[in-house]
Write a protein that binds this ligand. Structure first.
Ligand SMILES: Cc1ncc(C[n+]2csc(CCOP(=O)(O)OP(=O)(O)O)c2C)c(N)n1
Ligand code: SF4
Length: 423
């Protein structure tokens, strides 16, 4: 059978990995259901099974380890559309790390099919045991074999209230059984038993999958097949969009910027760095530019550094990373300490450094300015970005002054006067 939902070419798994059989059979099962690839949302998480994303032509969403069911629950609830098929790929490691998500989602009967890739160990990290590793099963980190019985995920999920639950052997053609689960309404789970040739087979020479499954007492059968009666939870259909609450920024200004400018500002927590970056980003948008802005600060938000990466571009921004900025602004010692490794990697660009700080070791030009002295500690970040906009001709100062005049920062400083103090 030709592939429809999977791209042509090799799949990313080791030779003989059960994940390949599952991916190929999911493709076949979807062909039976004849779904448009863009009506299918595949949600995966960390683990070997999750690296399949790029091979599927469907929508794909990749989450943290063990959280694919949680993500899929959100997608299922927000779409609330039975014509969209949500498929979750999860490993035995992820399924046990995120067990509560599975139980809750099955309990509420959210629309999705979970395909549990049970190779009985953590494949991606080198073969550690999971909570589904059977008694006596050896792994590279447990060469003496597991001393405890893995639990039966089908029993757990069936007991939680799923519409449909079954366990399959990951051998041969399993497309028809997968199609049955994929065709069910509500929460369905298919646990596919498989082996990881790289870690399980090496640790258990001569092992046969059927024998392992049988000795573990895991039934190859349907555990639940219930009529779907709807979500076991209230679904809000009239949830207002959070985006609608955002004020639309009108483009009242223009920018002469011809190519992307990557900016990093680093200062201290509590000195308005994030707010300054936000004003700067909004002013750039008001000048017709595309903008991305990211913030970085310790979890203890009131102490230590606070920094922001901003990209301005006349073109769409397809990559939001900014490993080496064109302009680095440093307004405090915390900011300097945090930025030293970035400064070390800067081969070109400019560093604008508050004059109170020592000059770091760098080949890049360093321009020392009195941001803190002229504007005060709390306004140094905004002042420095205002300076940058004007002196590097990124966009008109008026755009930022307008943003400031409309904010609660309007009366905090005489921004127009500060502009004239710039060297
Ligand atoms: C919360 C969390 N814990 C641990 C890890 C480290 N980690 C990455 S992959 C992995 C094992 C994946 O095993 P499994 O989910 O069974 O998938 P497989 O690789 O076997 O397909 C672990 C423990 C992580 N990324 N996130
Ligand atoms: S390490 Fe194991 S689970 Fe991962 S791709 Fe290779 S065979 Fe598959």
């Amino acid at each position: 059978m030709n592939r429809v939902y999977l791209h042509e070419g090799d799949l990313p798994f080791c030779l003989g990995c059960g994940h390949t059989l599952i991916a190929e059979n999911v493709d076949k099962a979807l062909q039976t259901l004849n779904l448009d690839p863009l009506d299918v949302i595949l949600v995966t998480d960390i683990g070997c099974h999750g690296i399949i994303d790029k091979s599927f032509k469907t929508h794909t969403v990749h989450g943290l380890h063990g959280r694919s069911v949680a993500l899929a629950s959100g997608i299922s609830l927000s779409l609330n559309n039975p014509d969209k098929k949500i498929i979750v790929f999860i490993g035995d490691g992820g399924a046990t790390i995120g067990l509560q998500h599975l139980i809750d989602s099955a309990h509420r009967n959210f629309n999705m099919t979970v395909v549990l890739h049970n190779n009985m160990l953590y494949g991606m990290t080198g073969g550690q045991p999971s909570e589904l590793t059977p008694l006596g099963f050896k792994t590279p980190t447990l060469p003496e074999g597991s001393t405890q019985k893995g639990f039966d995920m089908c029993e757990v999920v069936a007991a939680a209230g799923a519409s449909y639950v079954c366990r399959l052997m990951g051998i041969g053609n399993i497309a028809d059984q997968l199609a049955v689960a994929l065709g069910k309404k509500g929460f369905s789970l298919v646990e596919v038993m498989e082996l990881c040739p790289s870690y399980a087979v090496k640790s258990n020479p001569g092992m046969k999958l059927r024998q392992v499954v049988e000795e573990a007492g895991l039934g190859i059968r349907v555990y639940a097949d219930r009529d779907y009666t709807g979500y076991e939870t209230e679904v809000k259909t009239e949830t207002p969009s959070l985006i609608d609450k955002e004020k639309v920024i009108s483009c009242d200004f223009t920018s002469a910027l011809k190519s992307p400018a990557r900016i990093m500002i680093s200062g201290s927590a509590g000195e308005g760095v994030q707010a300054a970056a936000e004003f700067f980003a909004r002013a750039a948008i008001a000048s017709g530019l595309n903008v991305t802005k990211k913030g970085s600060y310790p979890v203890t938000v009131g102490i230590g550094f606070s920094s922001s990466d901003i990209i301005l571009s006349p073109e769409h921004i397809l990559y939001t990373g900014s490993p080496s900025p064109d302009y680095m602004i440093i307004t405090s010692q915390d900011g300097l300490d945090h930025s030293l490794s970035t400064i070390k990697n800067m081969q070109e660009g400019f560093i604008f450094l508050d004059e109170s700080l020592p000059v770091p070791n760098t080949t890049v030009p360093v321009i020392r300015l009195g941001f803190r002295k002229l504007a005060g500690n709390k306004n140094a970040a905004i002042f420095s970005l205002l300076y940058l906009a004007i002196h590097q001709k990124l966009f008109p100062a008026e755009a930022m002054l307008q943003m400031l005049s409309q904010s609660k920062l309007a009366g905090k400083a005489d921004w127009n006067a500060l502009v004239t103090m710039l060297p």
